[in-house]
Design a protein around this ligand. Structure first.
Ligand code: NAP
Length: 353
């Protein structure tokens, strides 16, 4: 059996950090060797500091780790970042400059021209930006980003349609769970029995990130996809899972039957499909009238699949549909782990002998 690759987690005490530790607990290739967080937590035993919110118990080995400050070097060639976005920028850059592959959940570097913003089933070719980053920044490591949580589910569901028919116009309205705001996140008195029709910066992230991910890699970087996006984002009183209702227009006539065939046939490259975290299929279609629902459909594909339902004609654009994705798995930690697996599978990070 292959020896496991040691990895480190920055922001390990937060919502996404905890999800990393849970997903990596039994990972076939990776083993968490170091956890890091703010100076208020550093130097203390992880189990004494963390407010563990995962339903699987915290393992004794991880509980016994001493929290490190977010200063390079930490153990291993891969560093996962679940840092507060306000502090992530210089910390992630310092790790990349010190030789680590930093796979980040934060917004800070997502739109940088030389940083790949990856959903491997949708834009595997953008991984090549890592070479430009080595060259442009002169550092031996690199920063790779996964998308914002609502964008991740949206774009995975739309990738087959964009690939097959070319999206021209997109209207999306989200219903996003409270875990998307971290812990403690939104005050219970603000969200229980309520809907908050504003999530700071989220609409802009959907509009910019979706066009970068579905864009074309050229000599000057990624040329964003040319479609127009109108996004409305809402915080709702669910715990996990971001839903979105979508209307989409194409450059030509597309029937629900055409769209369903494209969604059902969609598979990532075999180079992605073989990764331990890749779901099969990445997009699940469920045409029951009242699906998908967060309580019933969130764990499909281990939280890495997106579920699409209610595919029907739209009287304004061409098609309407509903989609659901797991915001802390496909939308955060699980997506980052899959990207790290890709780095190993593509030979960019060595496997131990
Ligand atoms: P969170 O629960 O608030 O956790 C933030 C983490 O950052 C904690 O570990 C915290 O450590 C650490 N931190 C804060 N200030 C720091 C500092 N000055 N130096 C070093 N570490 C510091 O947030 P989250 O929801 O897990 O989100 C983490 C990142 O992922 C954010 O950038 C967020 O936008 C992004 N993201 C979140 C989701 C989601 O669904 N929640 C999805 C996609 C992306 P202490 O405990 O020591 O303070």
């Amino acid at each position: 059996m292959m020896a496991k690759i040691p990895v480190s987690v920055l922001g390990a005490t937060g919502t996404v950090g905890q999800k990393f530790l849970r997903l990596l607990a039994e990972h076939p290739w990776f083993e968490v060797a170091a956890v890091a967080a703010s100076s208020a937590s550093a130097g203390r035993r992880y189990g004494d500091v963390v407010r563990w919110r995962e339903t699987a118990p915290l393992t004794e080995r991880i509980a016994g780790l001493t929290i490190q400050p977010c200063v390079p070097p930490l153990v291993g060639p891969i560093v996962f970042s679940a840092l507060d976005a306000d502090v992530a920028g210089p910390i992630e850059q310092a790790f990349a400059a010190a030789g680590a592959y930093v796979v980040t959940n934060t917004r800070t570097h997502r739109m940088d021209a030389d940083v790949p913003l990856l959903i491997p089933e949708a834009n595997l070719d953008h991984l090549a930006l890592v070479d430009r980053q080595h060259e442009a920044r002169g550092w031996p490591g690199a920063i790779l980003a996964n998308p914002n949580c609502s964008t991740a589910a949206l774009v995975l569901a739309l990738a087959p349609l964009h690939r097959a028919f070319g999206i021209a116009k997109l209207f999306v309205s989200t219903m996003q769970a409270v875990s998307g705001a971290g812990y403690p996140g939104v005050a219970s008195l603000d969200i229980l029995g309520n809907v908050v029709p504003h999530i700071g910066g989220e609409e802009e992230k959907i509009e910019h990130e979706s066009r970068k991910i579905l864009g074309t890699l050229g000599p000057a970087g990624v040329e964003p996809a040319g479609f127009a996006v109108s996004a409305h984002t809402n915080r709702v009183a669910t715990v996990d899972g971001h839903m979105a209702t979508v209307s989409v227009g194409f450059g030509r006539r597309v029937t629900p039957g055409d769209a369903l065939a494209a969604l059902r046939e969609f598979r990532g490259s075999p180079r992605v499909a073989c990764l331990p975290s890749s779901p099969d299929p990445p997009v699940e279609v469920d045409l029951r009238a009242d699906r998908p629902q967060p309580r019933l459909d969130l764990e499909r594909g281990g939280g890495m699949a997106v579920t699409v339902g209610r595919v029907r004609p739209c009287p304004i654009l061409d098609l309407r549909l509903v989609l659901l994705g797991h915001n802390t798995i496909r939308g955060a930690a699980g997506q980052a782990v899959q990207i790290a697996e890709l780095l190993v599978a593509e030979g960019r990070v060595d496997r131990p002998a």
